[in-house]
Design a protein around this ligand. Structure first.
Ligand SMILES: *Cc1c(COP(=O)(O)O)cnc(C)c1O
Ligand SMILES: [Zn+2]
Length: 403
């Protein structure tokens, strides 16, 4: 590792990066790698690089050689002319994180954690997750020949377990308070030398920085006004904001976009605290939304995200189930089939375009966090149209459809 420190995001206490540490032992807030002050992009053929080689000078590790990469990151940024015109916004871009090895942005953080874990000599890794993070950790653990433990909720349906089980991790169905497992798993990890790469551990945040780095390159270093991020634990939005900050430190960009936390009304602990101007989040009671990937009632980085939003002059906005479904359908009109959680960012843009925050002069990047194929059950809520035809009338049916 480079000579960098970990700092508590709240009380600023210093910790060692050569150990696997996650929370401050005084205030229990998340730890974060010290900000990088200067650096440059390693230009080169991105078909032959991985993201950690290209952005090596902004990463806490010397090189990424420990990682057996699967081509994470380098995802497209797609401009939507149709939606920009429809909602009278200068530019709407979709950062399509579905094009990662396991179809979500989680692969960036998983691979950053893996480099750290291997440098520290860990042979065992794990995670607490019921969705994208579980699949990501299981896949990378398998490929990198590490013993992998995935703890899932005992009520998880088989069709959601199978896409994780295919990578053959140790799958543990847990019967108990799943909400507290984040902290419990860290203790278990300490006792058993397992690196639990949960949602917002410091290296996962480092991995998410690469989303910001790529956006900067893709927009020729001219910054959008807003970046909208579907947020659950808070690790991803923290990483994206930190990435912009570090590129600004290095003089590569002039300003940092405003960050917008996007949540579902059915589980919006960060939005609630933000609207109440509170400094601390509270557990969200009876969470319920189709955006399962962002259904964490007590996000471990919630307080830090509130602090970050204040400094960044950002916002936190929630949307209804109907608005999420509508946005999922609108994204599909642009050829992008994201899972409901992914559509929450566009839903938020549409909602606040009606107000004062976003104007017709603004450029907005929506992070599309994960693939629609992960959750096909939701398709029942869309109007899917088909026509019937047989050997006798198929010509006529098609001709009539054309008109
Ligand atoms: C994990 C995840 C999120 C939330 O990211 P956090 O870092 O937990 O805030 C959003 N969307 C999808 C699809 C995810 O898998
Ligand atoms: Zn602290």
């Amino acid at each position: 590792m480079k000579e960098l420190k970990l700092f508590c995001t709240h009380c600023k206490k210093e910790f060692e990066i050569e150990e696997f540490l996650v929370r401050c032992d005084i205030c229990n807030e998340p730890l974060e790698v010290e900000e990088i002050k200067y650096g440059n992009i390693h230009e080169g053929n991105s078909l032959k690089q991985n993201i950690f080689e290209r952005y090596q000078e902004f990463m806490p590790f010397e090189n990424g050689n420990e990682l057996i990469s699967m081509g994470e990151g380098f995802t497209p940024l797609i401009k939507s002319h149709y939606l920009a015109e429809k909602y009278s916004i200068k530019n709407i871009f979709f950062k399509n994180e579905m094009q990662n090895p396991t179809w979500s942005f989680k692969d960036r953080g998983t691979s950053a954690c893996l480099i750290h874990a291997k440098e520290l000599g860990y042979k065992k890794i794990g995670t607490v997750s019921t969705g994208n993070m579980a699949a990501s950790v299981a896949a990378y653990g398998r490929k990198n020949k590490l013993e992998t433990f995935v703890i899932i909720n005992k009520n998880m349906p088989e069709e959601k377990i199978e896409p994780i089980a295919i990578y053959e991790p140790h799958l543990i169905k847990y019967d108990g308070d799943y909400g507290n497992l984040y902290y419990k798993s860290l203790e278990i990890g300490k006792d058993n030398h397992i690196y639990f790469m949960n949602s917002d551990v410091p290296m996962r945040v480092e991995g998410s920085k690469t989303i910001a780095f790529e956006i900067c390159e893709q927009l020729d270093f001219i910054m959008p006004d807003y970046v909208v991020v579907p947020t659950s634990a808070g690790g991803n939005i923290r990483g994206i904001e930190k990435g912009f900050r570090e590129f600004k430190n290095a003089g590569l960009i002039k300003s940092i976009p405003k960050m917008i936390v996007a949540q579902a009304e059915g589980c919006s602990p960060i939005v609630k605290a933000f609207e109440n101007k509170s400094e601390r989040i509270e557990r969200f009671m009876n969470p319920r939304t189709i955006a399962h990937a962002i259904e964490n009632p007590l996000p471990p980085s919630g307080n830090q995200v509130l602090r970050m939003l204040r400094k960044n002059s950002g916002y936190a906005v929630s949307v209804s189930e109907e608005e999420i479904i509508e946005a999922q359908s609108l994204m599909a009109k642009e050829g992008i089939f994201g899972q409901p959680a992914s559509a929450v960012s566009l839903a938020v843009v549409i909602k606040i375009r009606k107000g004062e925050i976003i104007t017709s002069e603004d450029s907005v990047v929506c992070i599309v966090t994960g693939s629609g194929l992960k959750y096909t059950e939701v398709l029942k809520q869309h109007k899917i149209k088909t026509e019937k035809a047989d050997q006798m009338n198929i010509d006529r049916v098609i001709t009539e459809l054309k008109i």
